[in-house]
Design a protein around this ligand. Structure first.
Ligand code: TR5
Length: 144
């Protein structure tokens, strides 16, 4: 969260040095993330859907009335979508399908958005691939 705020601040002030620093803080190191603790249930979360491969839980800082994160239980190198390889095809499909199940469970099938922030330029802050499922209000376009 801190690094994301730094990035926003850097953008707002158009300070290239600060932007570079924030991006470095946000770098994809491959280290375990907070999501590992959520998967292990060492940290509580509000689970919306779970199966063998996928976990979906409410975002701690919701940007819409419904804001659920859908993640693979086994990261398997998928720190970000940009690291996807052909072998990830099945889990990528499962994540997208789980997003639909979440939308259905949350009653937003008529209008919802699925977002993946990839890398510092897109303000990715947690390097464990995740889909944001957002809805429950009129969404705007284009996104910021
Ligand atoms: O910025 P990106 O796309 O990487 O999205 C990461 C998301 O994880 C943000 O929307 C955060 O609000 C969310 N997040 C961060 C934490 C967290 C969480 N959602 C649920 N529970 C969380 N815990 C317990 N801890 C976090 N640091």
């Amino acid at each position: 969260q801190l690094s994301r705020r730094l990035l926003f601040h850097a953008r707002a002030t158009n300070n290239e040095e600060a932007a570079a620093r924030a991006a470095a803080v946000n770098a994809d190191s491959g280290a375990p993330t907070i999501f590992d603790k959520i998967i292990a249930k060492e940290i509580p979360s509000s689970i919306v859907y779970e199966d063998e491969k996928v976990l979906a839980f409410r975002d701690i800082d919701p940007q819409a009335p419904v804001h659920v994160l859908v993640i693979p239980k086994f990261r398997d190198g998928l720190t970000q979508l940009g690291k996807a390889e052909a072998r990830h095809g099945e889990i990528l499909g499962q994540l997208l399908y789980a997003a639909k199940i979440v939308a259905e469970k949350e009653g937003i099938l008529d209008g919802f958005r699925v977002v993946i922030n990839n890398g510092p330029e897109a303000c990715q802050s947690v390097y464990h691939l995740h889909l944001h499922v957002l809805g429950g209000r009129q969404m705007k376009w284009p996104p910021g």
